[in-house]
Design a protein. Sequence first.
Length: 134
Amino acid sequence: MSTDIRVAVKRTANYGWCQLGCGRLAESYAHRLPAGAGGAVTYANGLALCGSGTTGCHGASEKARELSYATGWLVRRGQDPAAVPVLAVVQGITSWWLLGLDGHAVHVAPPEGMWEGTLDQAVAVLRGTVASPW
């Protein structure tokens, strides 16, 4: 079943495109709560990103931990991915989302204490084209 969820997230979360809006195809299922921290393969715990754990948006988000926590791309140990909003593109719409265990996403207001900029600004920091606030 976990393989089915990985494939479904990559194909349907943003029509097969990277959920960080970079314009590249989604190549990997990125755990928001890493597998090593107990993260399971679920719809709420996965993002469809380009690259692998060391390349593309997937790799960059792994390296830029503070930014990834601030945007919900990564979730800290002890947090429930279904309860932590994520700034991403879902079905072509860029917004803050709560990702459900059933594969549905619900648009939410920008959460307090998390990233205050746009997704484009976060990706610019991720790519190193803009200085990180951390």
